[in-house]
Write a protein that binds this ligand. Structure first.
Ligand SMILES: *Cc1c(COP(=O)(O)O)cnc(C)c1O
Length: 469
């Protein structure tokens, strides 16, 4: 396979980080839950993504890898990725603001979203951010906005307006769904994009490009967790075939860039990274060779696959009890950081690692137990009936592969605080006691939320708002 770092390196870094977090007091009785980000791991994934597509594209092909901000909407993460050659895919004013705060330039930012307002579209065009229109009504809005722009020389026929923003249309190739209905974007009735196989849709799209010389991109995002790679490749092959048809029928290379979306699934079952970006890029190069021959620039929008395996939530076991003969570890990690897992455990199982009171991997025979969260409903379980070394009071339970769509997606149930997020990296050759070995350096990405902040965002500034009505 080549290039990829091994899962065992990642496990060693994680174990060092958990132990050091306890030693440094980042984790303990007064800070019973934290989230950790493996900075060397994130850098390695960014490098693997770039190398995978470099290996299959013709030299000189413009390729923008735009990280799907929704996966991990944290400014320092976006900045780190940007410094390692990755832009940003945004889908709301908030996500755009995060990308801008991280210093991601408009030329490396892509705006998707099925519900862009006129104000959002106008701002994106003013900044020169790439926009993918979701539907005919959005394209109508863009007509008006593009018509208001200054006219210029290189945007198509003489005198026609040409936005600085590259603009495309999102299509849904309707190739079918995967094992998780809520994440299947290419079903016949998906809410995203123009449904390509619907009656008349293909003709409408070709005409839309023929009428608008400023439409230069075509976008599809056919996957996410649970979609087989072969199905994703089919979606991209159909999108490519449409671009070829449009260019043939308008008589020029009007579509110059294809945005192939993200959606590479993540292996939540072990520490091995599979599938890899290299595997996916090779599969695409075999299935759709014309996509990589240099006639098209490429945009990708990976989210989960860049960050999931580099995040860990570590929570203290506040109490260890037993109910109906089953041991239950009551921890501080539950529905507030693992919402999908708690509400849909069949689709989103998480691996749990057991650490002792000093943050060392816990040894001992496996015992079937529940790992519960702090929220006040019975279903608040991180894992049910899981075989692990017995978690006891003061131990730590770590929820693995939670770097995307977990701790950065806080759910405010029970007004539970957002945990602090720390990035870590190893420092070789010296620990805090000066006696050699590996120590770990931490950087605060986000402070733990304080109760004042919880009160403030819960209407705390206007306690009498309703009594005075
Ligand atoms: C969510 C999303 C992505 C990222 O998907 P992942 O499964 O996290 O890779 C990319 N593009 C669009 C349009 C999305 O909505």
């Amino acid at each position: 396979m080549g290039g990829g770092e091994s899962g065992s390196d990642r496990v060693a870094r994680r174990d060092d980080a958990v132990r050091a977090a306890v030693a440094h007091g980042l984790l303990g009785p007064e800070a019973p839950i934290i989230a950790l980000l493996d900075v060397p791991g994130i850098k390695a994934s960014a490098a693997e993504l770039r190398a995978a597509f470099d290996a299959v594209t013709a030299p000189g092909t413009p390729v923008l890898h735009a990280f799907a901000v929704k996966a991990t909407p944290l400014v320092p993460v976006l900045r780190l990725l940007h410094e390692h050659g990755i832009g940003a895919e945004v889908a709301s004013p908030g996500e755009l603001a995060l990308a801008r705060a991280a210093g991601v330039p408009p030329s490396e930012t892509v705006l998707d979203s099925p519900a862009k307002t006129i104000t959002e579209l106008r701002e994106a065009l003013a900044l020169g951010i790439a926009v993918n229109a979701d539907n005919p009504q959005e394209l109508d809005r863009l007509n008006g906005l593009v018509g208001d722009l200054p006219h210029g020389p290189n945007g198509g026929p003489a005198g026609s307006p040409h936005p600085r923003s590259p603009i495309g249309i999102r299509v849904n190739p309707q190739v079918g769904g995967g094992s998780i209905e809520a994440l299947s974007t290419a079903t016949a009735t998906s809410k995203f994009g123009v449904a390509l196989r619907d009656e008349g849709a293909r003709e409408w799209i070709v005409q839309a490009y023929a009428d608008r010389p400023w439409l230069t991109r075509l976008h599809a995002h056919t996957g996410s967790q649970g979609i087989p790679l072969s199905l994703m490749a089919r979606g991209i092959a159909e999108t490519y075939a449409l671009a070829e048809e449009i260019n043939r029928r308008v008589g020029r290379q009007q579509i110059d860039t294809l945005d192939i979306g993200g959606g590479l699934p993540v292996n939540f079952g072990s520490d091995v990274t599979t599938p890899t970006y290299a595997q996916y890029a090779r599969l695409l190069a075999e299935a759709v060779p014309g996509l990589f021959d240099g006639r098209y620039g490429l945009v990708t929008e990976f989210g989960r696959s860049l960050l999931a395996k580099h995040g860990t939530v570590v929570a203290r076991v506040e109490y260890a009890k037993s109910a109906g003969g089953r041991p239950v570890a009551v921890t501080h990690a539950g529905v507030q950081i693992a919402t999908r897992t708690v509400y849909a455990p069949g689709s989103w199982p998480l691996r749990i690692a057991a650490y002792d009171t000093e943050g060392r991997p816990k040894a001992g025979p496996d015992v079937v137990q529940d790992i519960a969260g702090p929220a006040c409903f019975a279903g608040d379980l991180l894992a049910e009936g899981r075989a692990l070394p017995l978690l006891e009071q003061g131990d730590y339970a770590a929820a693995l592969d939670t770097g995307a769509y977990y701790f950065a997606h806080h759910y405010a149930y029970n007004s539970l605080a957002r945990p602090g997020v720390y990035g870590f990296a190893s420092v070789e050759g010296g620990n805090a006691n000066g006696n050699g070995g590996t120590d770990v350096r931490f950087a605060v990405v986000r402070e733990q939320q304080g109760v004042e902040e919880i009160v403030a965002e819960s209407g705390g500034a206007r306690p009498t708002a309703l009594t005075a009505l």
